[in-house]
Design a protein around this ligand. Structure first.
Ligand SMILES: *[C@@H]1O[C@H](CO)[C@@H](O)[C@H](O)[C@H]1NC(C)=O
Ligand SMILES: *[C@@H]1O[C@H](CO)[C@@H](O)[C@H](O)[C@H]1NC(C)=O
Ligand SMILES: *[C@@H]1O[C@H](CO)[C@@H](O)[C@H](O)[C@H]1NC(C)=O
Ligand SMILES: *[C@@H]1O[C@H](CO)[C@@H](O)[C@H](O)[C@H]1NC(C)=O
Ligand SMILES: *[C@@H]1O[C@H](CO)[C@@H](O)[C@H](O)[C@H]1NC(C)=O
Ligand SMILES: *[C@@H]1O[C@H](CO)[C@@H](O)[C@H](O)[C@H]1NC(C)=O
Ligand SMILES: *[C@@H]1O[C@H](CO)[C@@H](O)[C@H](O)[C@H]1NC(C)=O
Length: 801
């Protein structure tokens, strides 16, 4: 018996040696090996084929870049390049040399870059972590690309004290840009801009504050990106400062990277390793949260170039967007993030433009906080404007709350700021107002602009003309002012805005961008005065429902809770009934739960609790009790911080019985409605509790309550039955499909499932109130054992598959 076993062990041992020998053969790069730069040149691959080292052809150019990239992801993502990202022509060569390590030479044989002088090199390896490593004759690591990062840090990579990561100059220019990530000598991790010429580092715009503050042993030692995908500053005393929040990583197999992007935002990205799904890079976090507001010092230009104005592009992952305001244009038109040049430079010499050729451009909601030379306080808007006009030094004045700051060029750290009622007065030449500009910086001034242009042609002819012009201007301004304030007429008792149908057609670009469809109609995306909104066009309205509409809208308008979607305004004009809501950036809970990626456990728990709180408010706290009647994941929206926000509440009453008893014969949605809808009993808040129970079980399991095929037929197990079975059999691991994060939090998981089972009791009187649900979810009160929710339970628990 022993001999065959021995043989078996021996043979597998040799097999392993063979396999590993082969791996080394395939992947180790021996001294003298080289790659020649050509568009389709084969790279050196890591053993799994995840990473490649070779030449990347730069888009639309006849040059290449020596780099490391993810080889399996179709969208080329470069994670390393030599310092400065030198561009080299076809025919260049990289060679592993004894003496110079990696040596990059141009076609003439001239050295372009080298990894540094080393002798006694044995071989090199493109490691599966994305690290290119050179080894010496006794296998010690002599050089690795991880020690010389480009703009990206990968899992298992570490940044030591004094380590620096540079941003690129632009998306396609790999030379070192203005932004830096540095782990300082004192242990503080900072983001800062720098002077490109001298390298001088300016005041940071983000910091972890892990510096020693009097106790060396608590300060940051290194920045660690661990192999699981968490980035943190490791302190000397052993504890961590987490940049990736605990338990925030998605469930499953992903590539992770953190990149200091060329726009200065430091971001952790993920990409599914399963490439059958049509996926791209997603964002786990980015710092700082709002780069436009993060610069704290007058030096340097801020997130954008000088005189440029930064706003946060919320639809694009909170990236900064830079736009030259009116009166300025880009110095380099191909780089919107760069400096803006003024069309008019103030000039105190006699040769400058005449006073009456100069005008002021008014910009709402724009602030440049630095470069003041005069502060007037108190003053008025008119005095501020006139003072700048009459001051030959003044280029721009900022007015806010009876204060006026006169400024000189260039202006730094420009930003859009809606919160403060700021106004910028930019001195310009008459006529310049007509230049192409960003519409959102010049809102509601179109009418006036044309008047000014008419005026400027009249100017200089006679005093009378000027007087006429001033009168015309005043009337024009009054009209503009009047027009924009009319919109704000509040409906009785509430601060809702009443819109005309035409305004909403304009806001939604003719109802072009559909966000979703629900029981009440279609929801469209729109923009009203720079705010993105969701416009719901109600169709199936009760006949003769005008009074009811007003009553309901007023009731909805009086609700205020952080877990409800806020109604901003409405339109009832003729047959048209529309509701205008705040826009929720992260879509519906349905797409969050049932998307390609299983969301993290903690965010799911927060959403469950938030939904419970919103519902409890509707049931118990607002002035008129509101029964939602259609709680389901499609009606729970997620705001930018992934807070649950209930939508569509207060509308159930607007459906006439006929209309609501369509396919299902009931109000609400199949799979979520309480059984008493089928009986003839009065409807109470407990129907919402039932639907919430179903929703809670969905949130826990990430499974739909009912699966449907294309014909709308149900198949598979009903979620509530499944939950009860798994609960009874003590197999919650099966219920959550082995979600390790959830299983790590077993007490909470059990609590949530038990609460869900209490909510879906067929007998409405057994269901808890939403207030009690919250207390149970929060662990404030014990959850008793739930009874079987159904009269005739099926007791078996399928294993997953
Ligand atoms: C590398 O060069 C050193 C001298 O510079 C020499 O001693 C050594 O043998 C060389 N190694 C190989 C593998 O050629
Ligand atoms: C790749 O890097 C990892 C982590 O540094 C190391 O454990 C492993 O041995 C390396 N693989 C090769 C083939 O060098
Ligand atoms: C191996 O490297 C060590 C130090 O790096 C050196 O002293 C030794 O001579 C080398 N041996 C050979 C055979 O190259
Ligand atoms: C890349 O940016 C650097 C620094 O701004 C600049 O000097 C260089 O000309 C740029 N390269 C290209 C090809 O645009
Ligand atoms: C510094 O912190 C360490 C542990 O965090 C503690 O043991 C030590 O006493 C502290 N030293 C001072 C001077 O506060
Ligand atoms: C390490 O230092 C940090 C920061 O002062 C402190 O919050 C943490 O409790 C310390 N950890 C230990 C194990 O002393
Ligand atoms: C994959 O994504 C691209 C771009 O987002 C899209 O054009 C294409 O239709 C998608 N393909 C599939 C099969 O979904």
């Amino acid at each position: 018996m022993q001999k065959p076993l021995c043989l078996f062990i021996l043979s597998t041992f040799f097999l392993q040696i063979l396999v590993s020998a082969q791996q080394i053969e395939v992947n180790s790069i021996s001294v003298g090996a080289s790659l020649t730069a050509a568009p389709e040149a084969k790279p050196w691959l890591s053993s799994s084929g995840d990473f490649a080292f070779g030449f990347h052809q730069l888009q639309g150019e006849n040059t290449l870049l020596l780099s490391i990239w993810y080889d399996k992801i179709p969208e080329k993502t470069i994670i390393w390049y030599p310092e400065g990202g030198p561009r080299i022509p076809t025919g260049s060569k990289v060679e592993l040399t004894n003496g110079s390590g990696l040596l990059l030479t141009d076609p003439q044989g001239k050295s372009v870059w080298t990894s540094g002088p080393v002798s006694d090199i044995a071989f090199a390896v493109m490691n599966d972590t994305g690290n290119f490593m050179i080894f010496g004759n006794n296998s010690q690591n002599i050089w690795e690309s991880f020690s010389f990062p480009g703009d990206t840090i990968l899992p298992s990579q570490v940044l030591e004290r004094n380590g620096v990561v540079y941003s690129k100059t632009s998306k396609t220019n790999f030379s070192r840009g203005r932004f830096q990530l540095r782990l300082l000598q004192d242990g503080n991790l900072v983001l800062n801009t720098r002077d490109i010429e001298s390298g001088y580092a300016y005041t940071d715009y983000y910091a972890t504050h892990t510096n020693d503050l009097g106790n060396q042993s608590n300060s940051g030692e290194r920045l660690v990106f661990d192999s699981i995908g968490y980035l943190y500053v490791q302190r000397r005393n052993g504890s961590r400062f987490d940049l990736t929040p605990k338990q925030e990583l998605p469930f499953g197999e992903y590539y992770y990277r953190t990149t200091l992007d060329f726009d200065g935002v430091f971001t952790q990205y993920y990409h599914p390793k399963d490439l059958t799904a049509n996926s791209t890079w997603g964002t786990i976090w980015s710092y700082p949260e709002n780069i436009c507001l993060s610069f704290r010092a007058p030096e340097d230009s801020g997130a954008c170039g000088y005189n440029n104005v930064c706003s946060l592009d919320q639809e694009n992952g909170n990236r900064p967007k830079c736009e030259c305001p009116k009166g300025f244009s880009l110095v380099d038109p191909s780089n919107p993030y760069g400096d803006c040049k003024p069309h008019f430079f103030p000039n105190c010499e006699g040769g400058g433009p005449k006073r009456n050729a100069i005008d002021i451009i008014e910009l709402a909601d724009i602030d440049w906080p630095y470069a003041d030379y005069v502060i007037m306080n108190p003053t008025t808007e008119t005095e501020c404007k006139d003072s700048c006009l009459n001051d030959c030094f003044c280029s721009v004045a900022i007015y806010r709350g009876n204060k006026c700051w006169k400024k000189k060029l260039p202006l730094s750290n420009g930003k859009v700021d809606y919160s403060l009622g700021v106004k910028a007065f930019v001195k310009s030449l008459k006529g310049d107002v007509d230049l192409p500009k960003n519409p959102h910086f010049s809102r509601a001034k179109n009418d006036r602009k044309s008047l000014i242009i008419v005026g400027s042609t009249l100017l200089g002819t006679s005093v009378f003309a000027n007087i006429v012009l001033i009168v015309v201007l005043c009337v024009g301004m009054f009209l503009v002012y009047h027009k924009s304030t009319r919109k704000l007429d509040p409906v009785l008792e509430t601060n809702l805005v009443r819109f005309t149908y035409k305004e909403l057609v304009q806001a939604t670009n003719g109802f072009k961008d559909e966000l979703g469809r629900g029981a009440f109609g279609i929801v469209y995306k729109g923009v009203i005065r720079t705010n993105t909104v969701a416009v719901k066009k109600l169709d199936r309205m009760v006949h003769d429902g005008e009074k009811e509409f007003k009553t309901e809208v007023n009731a909805i308008a009086r609700t205020h809770h952080k877990n409800l979607v806020q109604l901003l305004g409405f339109c009832d004009e003729g047959e048209q009934r529309l509701l205008v809501y705040e826009y929720m950036t992260n879509g519906t809970l349905a797409s969050f739960l049932f998307g390609k990626m299983r969301p993290g456990w903690n965010p799911r728990c927060n959403i469950a609790l938030g939904t419970a709180k919103g519902l409890s408010y509707l049931h118990e706290e607002c002035s008129v009790q509101i029964i939602h009647c259609d709680i389901k994941p499609q009606n729970i929206l997620l705001d930018e911080y992934y807070n649950a926000r209930i939508s569509d509440f207060g509308l159930a009453k607007l459906l006439s019985m006929n209309q609501s008893r369509t396919n299902t014969g009931i109000r609400g949605t199949k799979g979520y409605v309480a059984p008493e809808w089928f009986r003839n009993t009065p409807v109470t808040v407990t129907v919402d509790v039932y639907s919430f129970g179903v929703l809670l079980l969905e949130i826990v399991s990430c499974r739909k309550s009912v699966k449907e095929n294309e014909n709308g037929d149900e198949y598979g197990t009903i979620l509530t039955d499944w939950a009860w079975d798994c609960y009874q059999e003590r197999r919650l691991d099966v219920f959550v499909e082995n979600d390790l994060e959830a299983l790590d939090d077993y007490k909470k998981l059990t609590t949530f499932v038990m609460v869900g089972l209490w909510c879906v009791q067929e007998n409405p009187s057994l269901r808890p109130t939403m207030r009690k649900v919250i207390q149970m979810l929060e662990g404030v009160i014990e959850v008793p054992e739930p009874p079987c929710p159904f009269p005739f339970p099926v007791t078996f628990c399928k294993s997953s598959n």
